[in-house]
Design a protein around this ligand. Structure first.
Ligand code: NAP
Length: 281
């Protein structure tokens, strides 16, 4: 069994991004990311701080907009409208989840697709569907990058994704399909989950429940990708997969922390670089 080291893959990709950001800078084009956070959610604050650190590391200018919990949808849309027209800003990211009184989809739709570095706008989602895109959603894109890094073949493989969210499960399935995997998507209404997951050569779990994927659900020699970010009974960060039990059964596995997580931010930096290059064009 080999552990897929998300930090190592991430470091390699960030080196490439840094070099390209510097090259653009030498030609007079700075690259900028605006990060909006509304409210006081502690997990969101950690994500935003990590995104800012990532920007610093690769030379991307980051502009943080920390808005109070009581911000209205209109106020948020006004800020996004300004950022859409701001030349210093190549990418706009609005940290989700937003407070309940703000309509998330309206906010996502208000970011111009060219600056939508999360790739959540319906225009970008549509581009992904037809396989002609500038940006890919960060988490699934990071997973494909890791599979490529470890020379793990997708073509012709049975791929099972547990979870069908718009930000992870659905785009993950689409990217595996585009890489010629045979893809099955499972969710909470799947009749016999274990029966499906046991077929998987590549199993991606994006559920959000600790110890959800047990050894009995995994085929011998499978590649197991754990997207989950959960807290266990001791409050420690863990994924969806029962790592200790599953690790000896599979050929490759991502740990939590240190697997998918670091790659997600790296792909955000990559999308911001792409947005910057596209704006020169
Ligand atoms: P989500 O929107 O809550 O989706 C969870 C999915 O799991 C849903 O499709 C749900 O099915 C399915 N599910 C729930 N219980 C199930 C069951 N018993 N059997 C089969 N499927 C079941 O979550 P998300 O936003 O996709 O995130 C999933 C996890 O990934 C979370 O832990 C999140 O924190 C983590 N995450 C990590 C990163 C990273 O960078 N590492 C990035 C994003 C998310 P239904 O659709 O039928 O309800």
């Amino acid at each position: 069994m080999q552990i897929i080291d998300g930090k190592a893959v991430s470091a390699a990709v960030r080196d490439r991004i840094k070099a390209e950001v510097l090259e653009l800078k030498s030609k007079g084009k700075q690259t900028g990311l605006a990060v909006i956070i509304v409210g006081e959610d502690p997990a969101s604050k950690v994500y935003v701080s990590n995104k800012k650190k990532g920007c610093e590391q690769v030379g991307i200018n980051s502009f943080e907009y920390a808005l109070p919990e009581e911000t209205t949808t209109e106020e948020l849309l006004t800020l996004i409208g300004e950022l859409n027209n701001d030349d210093k800003v190549d990418g706009i990211l609005c940290q989700l989840p937003l407070p309940k009184h703000i309509d998330e989809q309206t906010v996502i739709n208000s970011i111009v697709p060219e600056k939508d570095v999360d790739a959540f706008h319906p225009t970008n989602t549509g581009h992904i569907m037809i396989g002609d895109y500038s940006f890919l959603p960060c988490t699934p894109a990071g997973i494909i990058e890791m599979l490529n890094f470890y020379n793990i073949e997708i073509s012709g493989k049975e791929c099972v994704v547990i979870g069908r969210s718009n930000i992870v499960g659905k785009p993950m399935a689409m990217l595996l399909l585009q890489n010629s995997g045979t893809v099955t998507v499972c969710h909470s209404k799947t009749a016999d989950l274990s029966d499906v997951t046991k077929r998987a050569d590549i199993l991606v779990s994006a559920v959000g429940k600790a110890n959800f994927v047990t050894a009995e659900m995994v085929k011998d020699g499978a590649v197991v990708i754990d997207v989950g970010m959960n807290r266990n009974a001791e409050g420690k960060l863990c994924g969806d997969v029962d790592f200790e039990a599953v690790k000896d059964k599979c050929s490759f596995i991502t740990p939590v922390p240190g697997g998918v997580g670091p790659m997600t931010i790296t792909m955000l930096l990559n999308n911001t670089l792409t947005a910057s290059k596209n704006r020169i064009k």
